[in-house]
Structures are given as C-alpha cells and as structure tokens.
Design a protein around this ligand. Structure first.
Ligand code: PLP
Length: 454
C-alpha cells in the first residue's frame, strides 16, 4: 500500500478487537440479537451521546447513511488510517469517508497546508484568488478538461453540470440509471427519484443494459445523460465498457451532453475511470478527495459547453456559492493532488485495492457473499437467493439482516465499515490490516457457515 506520504511512519494499529462469538450461531435472528446486545454493552457512551443528539436532531442524525440501529457509534477522533470511538475502541477505517478520506485523518502535508493558509492567508477573502487558478489548471490537466468550475459538493457539481447542459442544448430531459446516485437530491434508487428536484425531467434506464440505454437516449427531447462509470452508493457496481460506450455513442448521435459522474471514481486512476475505460465525456463531475479532505465539488469539460457559465457573455448562467473558492479547500486540494496523490501513487494504490478485493472474492467464493468494485473501492453484498453476479441494483436481492450481522461483527474485530457495505481504502493503511480484514471475513463466513452457504 503506498504511504500517505513517504517520510511518514504510520503507527502500528493498537486495535482492541473484542472476541466475536466462537460458538456457531445457526439462527440469524438469534445471532443479530446477540450481536446487538454485545454492541450495547460495548458502546455505552455512544448510547448516551445518541440520546442527547436525538433531542436536537431528528433521529439524532444529520446524514441518513450514518444512522444505524440501535444507535450509531460516535467517533471521537481519527489519526492516519484509524478512527477511535467514544468508548475507547480503535478501528481501521475502511469507510474512508465514502472515498473523500483518501489521505487519512492527519496527513502532515495537508495539516501544514491548512495551518499555513490560516496563518498567512486567512479564511474567506470574498474575492477571486490566484490559488483557484492553480487548482483549476491542475485538475484540467490531470482529467483532460478544457475548463472547470468549483462547487462545495458533488451534489452541486451535478446540479450545475445539468443546468449547463440544459442551457447548452435547450432541452430539459435527462437520462439517468436506476441505482444511480449523483447527490443528496439526485438519487435514483430502484428506478424512482425520491427526495428530489425536477421530478418530471428524468428518464430512468437500467444500469448495464446497453440496448435499453440506446432506446431511451436516442430521442429528440433528451438534453443530457448522467451516469456513473461505477455505481458507488448503488453498490460499487462497475459499468461494462459496452454499456458506457453505448451511452457515449447515443448521446453524441443526438447531440445530448454526456456527463460522467466521477465524484467517487476519479480516484481509480491518474485521470479517473474515464481514462481506464477510454471514455471521452462532454462534462465530468468531481468531488470528495479532490478537496484534500474538505468539502469540495467541481464540474468541467468541453470549452463550448462550459462557456455558458462565462460571465462576460450576455445571457450566461449564474453560478453562485459562497464557499466555491474558499482559501482552505483551494490550498488543501491543490497540495493533496499535486504532492500526495500523484499519478504513480494512484496506480499503485488501486493495484493494492484490486489485490485486496481479489482476496475477499477468493475467501467468499461459494457463499452468499460477493464483492464488487474497482481499485481502491469495494462493495460487500450478501444475496438472498445466492445470486453473486451483480450487474445492476435489480440483479440482486440483498440479505439485509445478514449484512447487518457482518457489519456488527466486523466492527467488533476493529474495522470501521458501513452498513451499506461500501469500503474505500485510505492511503497508508498497512498491508497487515488488509490481510487481517480478509482473515476476519473468512472467519465470519466459517462461523456462520449455515447462514451464508448457498
Ligand atoms: C457518484 C456520486 N455523485 C455525487 C455525490 C454527491 O457528493 P456530495 O456528497 O459531495 O454532495 C456522491 C456522494 O457520495 C457520489 O457518490
């Protein structure tokens, strides 16, 4: 695993894994009940904090994904590749802040950049700053964009990319795919957009169905296609080359703007997943780790499309955002991409991720568990019917209780993972921790053989 930064020696994990049950549990309900009892006994401080949080936040929560029953673990701090909870347990962090935490929790170069920025520059200057050009130039050259714009999140990046595409084509309808997630108001779970905006403007296809994508896109009223090269929140399901190329071709044929959402996937290689697959999207959206660990988003691509945002042109689109170019993120993001996540680091990091996933696939072979993903991003699945070929959200019925048990027991082994089953590696995680995770998964599958057998 490439180090977060070569001169730094990362501390060996002082994990406090508790003993997972050594007696095989044959009954899933009983196993979950027992795991929950152990959870409550292990995490009394989180329980108290949750009680307080629920007084002021609905469900004690301000980010739905982080809610878990009976209550979530409250983390107290993070260091390098580890997080530490309020009850004194240490975990190797495999959540990796859903891909944004690539550099870990205390990378010295990012820390230095943030402190220097605070000391020497100041926080919010309310003006254009030279550093935004530096970061824009770096992102344009790394991801082959003509022009780029910054936002505060991946959600905003997609909303602005869509607004730009609509302005450019004069058409409102957008083709998207079931299981796609493009931000807080842009989730298309099970073919339906919930909690969303522009409700009537979506045409929703099935992921990895190239024939259907062609039929849906090649219509007169489609102004844009928005797709992830690998569905992240939808289960870390990679798009096939055939599917993604079909989208590109169909969009081109009718003059629709092809927007590739690389908010998660741009870390999969030096120039993102698009370079690996050979795609040339009209616009690409970004976020997560490209802000160096701070709130960030960006969208960019073709000169003629991005020109709709040029304020020198009459009738241009407005693009607001108080913090779009804030000093901290412009400096931290630039340091992170130019000095830490260099092209060769990206290649090696994702090679390690591929080998980690292959090991997980190997130990879970012949069980209800399967592992999807690409490079440094993995998705853990447990299927109800033994389906282990996963090409779309519809292609698998997840066994949620089994997933729940996995989540709770792996946490007891000292691994911070999320209930959804998505994992994003952090730079500098020791190989021994990757190996230990694989061993613990193998032991989980052995321990619960009767529950996970096909
Ligand atoms: C593919 C994709 N697009 C967009 C977003 C939204 O990014 P943000 O949470 O920064 O708004 C996410 C977040 O997980 C994502 O995975």
């Amino acid at each position: 695993m490439p180090k977060a930064d070569s001169p730094v020696t990362l501390p060996v994990a002082e994990l406090a894994p508790s003993k997972s049950p050594s007696v095989p549990c044959e009954n899933l309900d009983a196993a979950i009940r027992a795991a929950r009892q152990r959870f409550v006994a292990r995490n009394p401080n989180s329980g108290k904090l949750f009680g307080k949080a629920a007084e002021y936040l609905p469900g004690g929560n301000t980010r739905t994904l982080l809610y878990t029953a009976p209550y979530p673990v409250f983390m107290k701090k993070g260091e390098h590749y580890q997080v530490f909870d309020e009850d004194g347990h240490a975990y190797t962090d495999f959540v990796g802040e859903l891909t944004a935490g690539l550099y870990g929790h205390s990378h010295p170069l990012i820390k230095k950049t943030l402190i220097d920025t605070i000391n020497n520059i100041g926080l919010n200057l309310g003006s254009t700053i030279a550093q935004e050009t530096a970061h824009a130039k770096l992102i344009c050259s790394r991801f082959h964009l003509d022009k780029v714009r910054f936002t505060n999140s991946g959600t905003e990046a997609n909303l602005h990319a869509l607004a730009g595409a609509r302005k450019f084509t004069g058409k409102r309808k957008v083709a998207v795919f079931s299981g796609g997630y493009h931000g807080a108001v842009l989730g298309f779970w099970d073919g339906v957009q919930e909690n969303g905006v522009d409700q009537d403007d979506w045409v929703i296809g099935r992921y990895n169905d190239a024939g259907l994508a062609k039929r849906l896109i090649e219509k007169d009223d489609i102004g844009a296609v928005l797709v992830e090269g690998m569905q992240g929140a939808g289960g870390c399901i990679p798009g096939t080359k055939e599917f993604l190329m079909q989208i590109q071709e169909s969009a081109k044929k009718i003059g629709a703007v092809f927007i590739l959402d690389e908010v998660m996937t741009s870390r999969l290689g030096p120039s993102g997943l698009q370079a690996i697959v050979g795609l040339k999207p009209d616009l690409t959206t970004f976020g997560k780790y490209l802000g160096g660990g701070l709130a960030f988003g960006a969208f960019g691509g073709r000169e003629d499309i991005m020109a709709v945002y040029d304020p020198r042109s009459p009738g241009s689109l407005a693009h607001s955002g108080t913090f779009n170019n804030n000093t901290l993120v412009m400096h931290a993001g630039f340091t992170a991409l130019s000095e830490i996540y260099k092209p060769e680091v990206a290649v090696e990091f994702n090679r390690v991720g591929d080998s980690f996933r292959t090991s997980l696939q190997s130990v879970s072979k012949g069980t209800k568990m399967s592992v999807t993903g690409l490079g440094s991003i993995c998705g853990i699945h447990f299927s109800q019917n033994g389906q282990t070929e996963i090409s779309s959200r519809e292609s698998i019925e997840e066994d949620m209780p089994l997933k729940d048990l996995f989540y709770m027991e792996l946490m007891e082994n000292g691994f911070w993972i999320n209930k959804r089953g998505s994992m994003a590696l952090i730079l500098g995680t020791p190989q021994s921790e990757l190996d230990r995770f694989v061993e613990c998964v193998e032991s989980f599958l052995r321990r619960h053989k009767s529950l996970v057998s096909l």
